[in-house]
Every structure is written in C-alpha cells, then in structure tokens.
Write a protein that binds this ligand. Structure first.
Ligand SMILES: [Ca+2]
Length: 200
C-alpha cells in the first residue's frame, strides 16, 4: 500500500510541474502552479464547414456562365481529406471573378464567430501556367458587413490557406460566402478545394 502512496505523490508532483509549464506558454498568470491549464474560452474550437464528403458541392455553385463549373472530384490526387473534394473548372477565368463560386448557406451558427478559416487548395501546374499571380479571396456578405474580404495567394501544387477574420467583422446574419478568383492571367484548367474548417 505504501508503494502506491508514493506513486500517487509522484504523479501529483508531475501534474503540478506540467501544469506549471503549460501555463507559461499560454496566458500569463501570477504564480501559475496547480491551476488547470485550460485554453482561454472562445478560442481554438473547430467547426467543419465544407469537406464534400456528401458527394455534393455542399451548397457551392457558380452564377451565370459559371453555373455548371462546380462538381465533386473523386480523384484521390486532388483530395486532402476523406474521399472527395470540390472541383472548380476555372478555365477561361481571368482578372476579378466573383461569380465562380458562391454559397448561400445554410451556415452553422458558429460561422459568425469565426476567427479564421482554413482550407486546402490544389492547383495543377497547367492550370496557372504563365500566370503572374493568382489569388482566392474569401468574401463574407452579411448583416455586420455586406462585403468583408480577405485574400490569399495560390501557387501550383497544394496550398494550405488560412484566412484571418477580424473580431466582429462577420458577427451577425450571414447572407452569402464567396470564393472570388483574382488573377494576373487566364486560368487554363481546374482548381480543387477540400477540408474547409473554421476556428472560433
Ligand atoms: Ca473531402
């Protein structure tokens, strides 16, 4: 029995040491010893937004001449998560194009509180051959801001994009979300999107 008692003391000691270490890495607290090293509330929670595992475009579609350009991809080369991704046939797309990919919801209730949105984008070499630059803007249209945009550049191969969202910028009803393409040249082929995740 005494052996177990010592073991318990050792475990307790380690727990105190580790919680002390964890505290120094996070918010600074005076004498952070045995307090629980919990993450600050309202940060680091994830919500899966669109992963295309429904074998549909998860509500994404183009407008006008882009209406038939969004489909589900099953080729594992262009999938980052699960078995499916979104294929956007961007052939002929140049300059600013906000009609290529739109989503009218419904959106999860956490969307308005997002601090960032991440997604994996695959760009085949031939799709952006000879292009000066290419970008995908995340645009959120809602009651807080009718047009809130954040940009990220894309290059050939896999791109791990993170869009930071300012506090309060989209905090209200969400009307529409866009992936706006912007490029210094003309796309010659598709772009693939997968694993769109929000952090709040
Ligand atoms: Ca997927």
């Amino acid at each position: 029995m005494r052996k177990y008692g010592l073991l318990a003391v050792a475990v307790l000691f380690l727990a105190v040491v580790f919680s002390g270490c964890a505290t120094t890495g996070g918010t600074e607290q005076a004498g952070g010893t045995a307090t629980a090293a919990a993450a600050p509330t309202g940060s680091g929670n994830k919500v899966n937004l669109w992963n295309f595992e429904s074998k549909t475009a998860d509500g994404w579609a183009g407008n006008g001449k882009w209406a038939e350009r969004l489909t589900v991809n099953t080729d594992p080369k262009f999938v980052k998560e699960g078995g499916f991704s979104l294929k956007i046939d961007a052939k002929g797309c140049k300059g600013w194009e906000q009609n290529i990919a739109l989503n009218g919801g419904p959106f999860p209730e956490q969307f308005a509180k997002l601090a960032s949105l991440t997604m994996d984008v695959y760009v085949p070499k031939e799709s952006i051959k000879g292009m000066e630059y290419a970008q995908i803007f995340l645009v959120v249209s809602g009651s807080a801001n009718s047009w809130y945009q954040v940009q990220q550049g894309i290059k050939e191969g896999w791109n791990s994009l993170e869009y930071k969202i300012e506090p309060g910028a989209i905090d209200g009803d969400i009307w529409k979300v866009y992936f706006v393409f912007n490029s210094g040249g003309t796309f010659s082929g598709p772009v693939y999107i997968d694993n769109v995740v929000g952090t709040y």
